[in-house]
Design a protein around this ligand. Structure first.
Ligand code: GUN
Length: 292
């Protein structure tokens, strides 16, 4: 069994990005600039946003955090988005989700100029991705593809089973894995909460991408010997052993599944660290004008 070390790969990629920023600065360009909007005080979101801002600093990007209280109206938020869309000194920005119930997430996503949508959530980016055009690919699917590249895991002709059909992970990663590309060229099956005979399907998988958000859902009896396992789960469970009072649990029962696999991502330290790096890569692409 080989452990896929997302933490290590993310550090390597951050070092590569830092080098690119240095050469941009040396050639007289300004540093890439990312803005992050956060609304309210969701614990998970505050942690993620702090980590995104810190990562920008690490690689030499400029970052701007824009925090609003829960009470902000949808109209005010849309106004801010319009302002950022027209800010020539800003390469990309994201609005951290989830948003309070009185604000439509879809409206917000569609208000962002797709050329600055470094989260890759705008329908233009999602559509371009699904037909294989240059675009901003959303962070988690992009991070998974990067891990497959860096570990040289073959995907062509393999049977890839994706468990979960979310817009953020399941659907885009299924789309990328079936794309005529490397990684890609896989035969993809997408399973979800209404799938019958799930175990029969997962037992046929050469690659399983578990992204359903149920801790320890995937057990050893559901996995073929030698399969590649990508665990996207990040459920927070209470813990007395950590300072924060919680720890992250994946969708895979790691201890029993790991001995059967050829490759597996741990939680934490697998897919998670790759997501922020993907956001940084998209911001760099935006700054260099390489997509649009
Ligand atoms: N909430 C959870 N993941 C994400 C993400 O990748 N981007 C944004 N904007 N919000 C999120």
């Amino acid at each position: 069994m080989n452990l896929i070390d997302g933490k290590l790969i993310s550090q390597q990629i951050k070092a590569e990005i830092s080098e690119e920023v240095k050469s941009m600065l040396a050639s007289g360009k300004r540093a890439p600039h990312l803005a992050v909007i956060i609304v309210g005080h969701d614990g998970g979101s505050e942690t993620y946003v702090a980590s995104k801002v810190r990562s920008c600093e690490e690689v030499g990007f400029k970052s701007t955090k824009i925090a609003f209280e829960d009470s902000i109206s949808e109209e005010e938020l849309l106004q801010k988005i319009d302002e950022l869309n027209n800010d020539g000194e800003l390469d990309g920005f994201i609005v951290q989700l989830p948003l309070p119930k009185h604000i439509s997430e879809q409206k917000v996503i569609e208000a962002i100029d797709f050329r600055k949508d470094v989260d890759g959530f705008h329908p233009v980016n999602v559509g371009r991705m699904s037909i294989g055009l240059p675009c901003f690919v959303s962070a988690t699917p992009a991070g998974i593809m990067e891990l497959l590249i860096r570990y040289e895991i073959p995907t062509s002709g393999k049977h890839c089973v994706v468990i979960g059909r979310s817009n953020i992970v399941g659907k885009p990663v299924a789309s990328l894995m079936m794309q005529k590309a490397n990684p890609g060229d896989a035969t993809v099956t997408v399973c979800h909460s209404r799938t019958k005979n799930l175990k029969e399907i997962t037992l046929q998988a050469d690659i399983i991408i578990a992204a359903l958000g149920i801790p320890e859902f995937l057990t050893a009896d559901m996995v073929k010997e030698g399969a590649v396992i990508i665990d996207v789960g990040t459920t927070r469970v209470p813990s007395t052993e950590t300072k924060s009072g919680f720890r992250l649990k994946g969708d895979v029962k790691f201890d029993e599944v790991a001995p059967k696999c050829s490759y597996i991502t741990p939680v934490p330290g697998g897919v998670g660290p790759m997501t922020i790096v993907s956001l940084l890569k998209n911001t760099l692409l935006a700054a260099k004008g390489e997509i649009y």
